[in-house]
Design a protein around this ligand. Structure first.
Ligand SMILES: Cc1cc2nc3c(=O)[nH]c(=O)nc-3n(C[C@H](O)[C@H](O)[C@H](O)COP(=O)(O)O)c2cc1C
Length: 201
C-alpha cells in the first residue's frame, strides 16, 4: 500500500534555542505526520540545560510539554551514531529534513560534505537527492566562516532560515514568537500550518 503520510526528518543540535526544535516537533506531531527524530549528543546537553528534559524518555518529556500527538502521527527516534538508520540512505523516501536549531559545527560539517553522524549524513543525502533541507542556524555574531558555510550550504540546495521571528501579529509569549519561525518552516516543507495568519488574511 502507498503511504501518503508526510515523513519529515527532524534534528536538534547543540545550539541555543532548542525550543525551536520542540515547537517544530509539536507542530509536526499535532498533524498526521511521521517524524524521524535525531538529537545530537550536544543537542541532548543543551536540551537538559534549556528545558526540563532530564535525559530519559524523550517521548514522555514531549507529553509533559503538553504536546498531544495526532492519532495518525508517528515519532521514531534514532541515535546520532546509527548510520544504519533509514535517513542515512537515499533510498529512504521522505518529504524533507529540518535541523532546528543547527549549530555552527553541524552547519560547517554539512557544507564541507562530511557525514560522520546520522544528522550530517541525512542532510548530505537530502542535498544529493534534491530533497528539502532546512537549516535554522543559531549563533551571534556570525564570523566569516559561518557566513561562507551558509553560502555554500545554500548553493548546494539547503534553505537557510535564521531564527528571526516576525512581530507583525504581536506575539505575546515566547512560544508564539518561536511559532512565527516554525510557521515559515512548515510552509517550506509544504505542510498546511494555520499557526500564523498569512499576510493579507
Ligand atoms: C549551553 C550551550 C549552548 C551552545 N550554544 C551554541 C550556539 O548557539 N551555537 C553554536 O553554534 N554552538 C553552540 N554551542 C556549542 C555546540 O554545542 C558545540 O559546537 C557542539 O560540538 C555542537 O555539536 P552538534 O552540532 O553535533 O550538536 C553551545 C554549547 C552549549 C553547552
Amino acid at each position: 500500500m502507498i503511504n501518503l503520510k508526510k515523513i519529515i526528518i527532524a534534528a536538534i543540535c547543540g545550539a541555543s534555542g532548542v525550543i525551536y526544535g520542540i515547537r517544530l516537533l509539536r507542530a509536526l506531531l499535532e498533524r498526521p505526520v511521521s517524524v524521524k527524530l535525531i538529537i545530537s549528543k550536544a543537542g541532548e546537553e543543551v536540551l537538559k540545560h534549556e528545558t526540563d528534559y532530564n535525559g530519559t524518555e524523550f517521548k514522555s518529556f514531549l507529553e509533559k510539554e503538553g504536546i498531544k500527538l495526532h492519532p495518525e502521527a508517528e515519532l521514531e527516534c534514532y541515535q546520532p551514531n546509527d548510520l544504519f538508520a533509514p535517513p542515512a540512505s537515499g533510498s529512504f523516501r521522505h518529504n524533507g529534513m529540518v535541523i532546528a536549531p543547527c549549530s555552527m559545527k553541524t552547519l560547517g560539517t554539512i557544507s564541507s560534505g562530511i557525514a560522520d553522524n546520522l544528522i550530517h549524513r541525512a542532510a548530505d543525502v537530502c542535498l544529493k537527492e534534491k530533497r528539502p533541507l532546512i537549516l535554522i542556524p543559531r549563533e551571534t555574531p556570525l564570523n566569516l566562516i559561518h557566513l561562507k558555510n551558509m553560502y555554500r550550504a545554500a548553493q548546494a540546495g539547503a534553505t537557510i532560515m535564521p531564527p528571526s521571528p516576525s512581530f507583525y501579529f504581536q506575539p505575546k509569549t515566547i512560544d508564539e514568537l518561536v511559532d512565527t519561525v516554525i510557521a515559515r518552516v512548515l510552509d517550506h516543507i509544504d505542510i498546511r500550518q494555520g499557526i500564523v495568519k498569512q499576510w493579507g488574511e
